[in-house]
Design a protein around this ligand. Structure first.
Ligand SMILES: Cc1ncc(COP(=O)(O)O)c(C=O)c1O
Length: 408
């Protein structure tokens, strides 16, 4: 089965990057900075920083633990944020749990669902070239279950040489013992968006799909009602909100399959997700920061953000492809798609990626090289990855390409 490239995005819309950059204090402090590591984290707009500052400077209280107004305000602000982020995914707010990030969401899911549901002989499908945070929690659950005398098999499927999942290997791995498939929505190194509907078709209606949306949320329009998946995980800091907040979305029909794994203050074992899974004092300012982050993205328009990033990827690909000694990693460079999701990985024959990334740093260009947190180290790790977002511009790509040409 040949994977289908799905990254031919709408083109020519573009964002006014001068206007966008003015909304980010970092770019007035560091006007020459070229930040091409947005798959790792994003810079923060003023509105996000202000929301956090406001909490600490004028209404710092624990949420809902007391009856005075700051405490009530904090509790209300958390629920307002939950509504905002839910609307952003077109989900119901009661189906979201706040976590500390995608890694926390993926671990919470693996432990709370896996320990309760997996039985002797069951199978989990995953891709060893996905991010460690999406893969290792399932090996952890399998090890815990093994200690209890329950053998769960982890079956691996592959990335095709073009950068999409190799659907043939999913077809071969799926069986009537498959209980869950863990997959990414957009791959964090190879940059393609994966075929969720085709994968649903292959695994059938009863296999749970855990979708790691860390690289899609805030990058492309995301509508949960259009994705037939069971669990969605992502981090706030990769979509312009603060560090220390993430989300786990759970399909309503799966919610009673999750068991509590952490308990403490605030927990009330009713059947709401929030009351069951959000133990302890939440990271209030980080949670609050999600609301201005999604307001910012919605004001720009996710269609425009997607088209802008796609145009930039196309330009970057066109400039890179003729550089001497360049080899693309799987992804837009290899599959030849005229667009992309902002992520392109590549390396040069004549210079190591880490040496080149140090050199780029001295030119104020920040780009990731080497360890990309692939669960299986090896192919992929010695590539450098450019990851673009809405404040990046065509001029920055030209400057980047010029510095590369001079130094390879
Ligand atoms: C695809 C993917 N999944 C999960 C994560 C983990 O995110 P966090 O470190 O914010 O928990 C990342 C971070 O790079 C990622 O790219």
């Amino acid at each position: 089965m040949t994977p289908v490239c799905t990254i031919e995005k709408a083109s020519g819309i573009g964002l006014n990057t001068e206007f966008v950059r003015e909304l980010f204090p970092v770019f007035s402090q560091e006007p020459d900075l070229i930040f091409f590591d947005n798959a790792a984290t994003t810079q923060k707009p003023q509105s996000v920083i202000e929301a956090m500052n406001r909490f600490y400077t004028s209404s710092c209280a624990n949420a809902g633990r007391a009856s005075y107004r700051w405490s009530t305000q904090a509790a209300n602000a958390i629920e307002e944020s939950r509504k905002s982020i839910a609307a952003f995914l077109n989900a119901a707010s009661e189906d979201l749990v706040f976590t500390s990030g995608a890694t926390d969401s993926l671990n919470l899911l693996a432990l709370s669902w896996g320990l309760k549901n997996l039985q002797e002989g069951d199978e989990i499908l995953l891709c060893p070239q996905d991010h460690k945070s999406a893969v290792l929690p399932w090996y952890n659950v399998a090890a815990i279950l093994k200690d209890r005398g329950i053998n769960v098999t982890i079956k691996e499927f592959a990335i095709h040489e073009v950068g999409d999942y190799d659907l043939k290997t999913i077809k071969e791995a799926v069986s009537d013992r498959t209980r869950l498939i863990a997959m990414s929505h957009i791959h964090h190194v190879f940059g393609l968006d994966m075929e969720v509907p085709e994968i649903r078709q292959i695994v059938g209606p009863n296999v749970a799909i855990s979708l790691d949306a860390s690289q899609s949320m805030g990058h492309i329009p995301f509508d949960i009602s259009q994705l037939d998946v069971d669990f969605v995980s992502f981090s706030g800091h990769k979509m312009f909100a603060a560090n220390g907040v993430g989300v786990l979305w759970v399909k309503p029909s799966r919610q009673n399959e999750l068991q509590t794994i952490r308990t403490g203050g605030g927990v009330n074992l009713t059947n709401t997700l929030r009351a069951t899974f959000e133990a302890g004092t939440p990271n209030i300012p980080a949670i609050i920061s999600l609301k201005p982050a999604v307001e910012f993205l919605s004001a720009l328009g996710m269609d425009k953000v997607e088209a802008h990033v796609s145009e930039l990827t196309k330009k970057l690909y066109a400039g890179l492809k003729d550089l001497p000694g360049l080899e693309f990693a799987p992804g837009p460079g290899v599959c030849g798609c005229p667009g992309g999701n902002g992520i392109i990985a590549f390396r040069f024959e004549q210079v190591s990626s880490s040496d080149l990334s140090f050199l780029l740093d001295s030119e104020n260009i920040f780009i990731r090289a080497n360890d990309h947190c692939l669960a299986k180290r090896g192919e992929g790790d010695d590539f450098m990855r450019a990851s673009l977002h809405l404040y990046n511009s065509a001029d920055e790509i030209d400057q980047f390409l010029a510095v590369l040409s001079e130094n390879i």
